[in-house]
Ligand binder design. Structure first.
Ligand SMILES: NC(=O)c1ccc[n+]([C@@H]2O[C@H](COP(=O)([O-])OP(=O)(O)OC[C@H]3O[C@@H](n4cnc5c(N)ncnc54)[C@H](OP(=O)(O)O)[C@@H]3O)[C@@H](O)[C@H]2O)c1
Length: 281
């Protein structure tokens, strides 16, 4: 396993903190520098053992990094990568953990100064929780990490990043940024939109009647509204297409219920059961 001298993590929340914890607990990095905007969050990251030092100064934080991972909300990632590229050692590889890829990759691919390169990542791991206090060293174990190389990506950068995520326990796959955003609109962004709409539809007077069904189907609606607003806005076209597909099914279900049409209703519920059972737990 490669041992890094200094890994800089911009944004040490749930994902950044979990990367830091995993690196430290597996002995994969000598130093992990946590870079953030609020001292309270940085203190939390230090206390959790996710980082060896912290700073609110991005330039200082990346100055000695041999690898930079940007784990801020998607709307801030391109800017943070550009800032990191100005101050990190020349020729440094920079990646991110953002839940969207196309806008970020288009803004950065082949455009960084001083020989620095960006290669996008997205670990399919996490939860509705946020902050380094919820970080877990085993968060990435057995989970997919998607890399989104382009025609500008060097083979050695891809190999290094593949090694990085594998060393945290992830299974690495590659897609284009466009394929990533189309697929994740359906597998992640649509579920969040539906859970949010569902949670918003239940009036407070009914809260005391909530059972496991409502709790299971709305868990992810507890995710950070700011983080998710940015994700929906960055992946607008794909999210809208996914919502259209969902609404077609919902309308068909509503029509069948309205008309007391038992057969189409059963067919839809049977398809839903088949798909859900195939997803596993
Ligand atoms: N949560 C998931 O399930 C999941 C899964 C895969 C990928 N991701 C992606 O990973 C990234 C981080 O998500 P997370 O769940 O770790 O969120 P998080 O726990 O809220 O952490 C976000 C971090 O970014 C910092 N930050 C927030 N707004 C900022 C701003 N405007 N400028 C500078 N720093 C800012 C926060 O610092 P402060 O605490 O000081 O505000 C915090 O350290 C996102 O891009 C998300 O799309 C999330």
């Amino acid at each position: 396993m490669k041992r890094w001298n200094t890994v800089a993590i911009v944004g040490v929340g749930l994902i950044g903190g979990s990367i830091g914890l995993a690196l430290r607990q597996r002995g994969l990095a000598e130093r992990v520098v946590g870079i953030g905007r609020r001292q309270t969050s940085l203190r939390t990251a230090r206390r959790a053992g996710a980082v060896t030092s912290t700073t609110t100064d991005l330039g200082k934080g990346v100055a000695e990094a041999d690898f930079v991972v940007v784990c801020s909300p998607v709307g801030r990632i391109a800017d943070h990568v550009c800032q990191a590229a100005q101050f990190c050692p020349a020729g440094t590889l920079i990646t991110d953990a953002g839940s969207t890829k196309q806008v970020i990759v288009e803004a950065l691919d082949g455009k960084l100064p001083r020989g620095c390169r960006f290669l996008g990542s997205h670990p399919l791991a996490g939860s509705e929780k946020s902050g380094a206090s919820n970080a877990m060293a085993d968060l990435f174990e057995g989970r997919l990490a998607i890399l989104t190389p382009t025609k500008n990506t060097r083979a050695e950068d891809f190999d290094l990043l593949e090694h990085f995520w594998s060393s945290l326990g992830s299974v690495v796959v590659q897609m284009t940024a466009e394929e990533h955003d189309r697929a994740l609109a359906l597998s992640s962004h649509l579920p969040h939109a539906v859970a949010a709409a569902l949670a918003a539809s239940v009036p407070e007077a009914c809260f005391r009647f909530s059972g496991p069904g409502l709790l299971d189907t709305t868990r992810i609606a507890s995710g950070d509204p700011d983080l998710w607003t940015q994700i929906f806005c960055q992946n607008r076209a794909n999210v809208l297409a996914a919502l259209d597909a969902f609404l077609r099914h919902l309308t068909a279900l509503g029509d069948a219920v309205r008309q007391g049409d038992v057969e189409p209703l059963k067919r839809l519920l049977a398809l839903a059961k088949k798909n859900r059972d195939a997803l596993g737990s």
